[in-house]
Design a protein around this ligand. Structure first.
Ligand SMILES: [Zn+2]
Length: 50
């Protein structure tokens, strides 16, 4: 099983890089795709930044 990408981006709270496995949910909005992920460092549920 290949993962979609190595990382989702960085945490807007603490700046930690968020690995692909921390993705919780991905959905489409009128403004484009949104992702929620759990930060491995601060444990927050965040929108990863590219
Ligand atoms: Zn964080």
């Amino acid at each position: 099983m290949a993962t979609k990408s190595a990382t989702l981006g960085t945490c807007p709270e603490c700046g930690e890089t968020i690995p692909g496995g921390y993705l919780l949910i991905e959905y489409e909005t009128t403004e484009g795709p949104e992702q929620f992920a759990e930060c491995p460092d601060c444990r927050g549920i965040v929108h990863p930044r590219p």
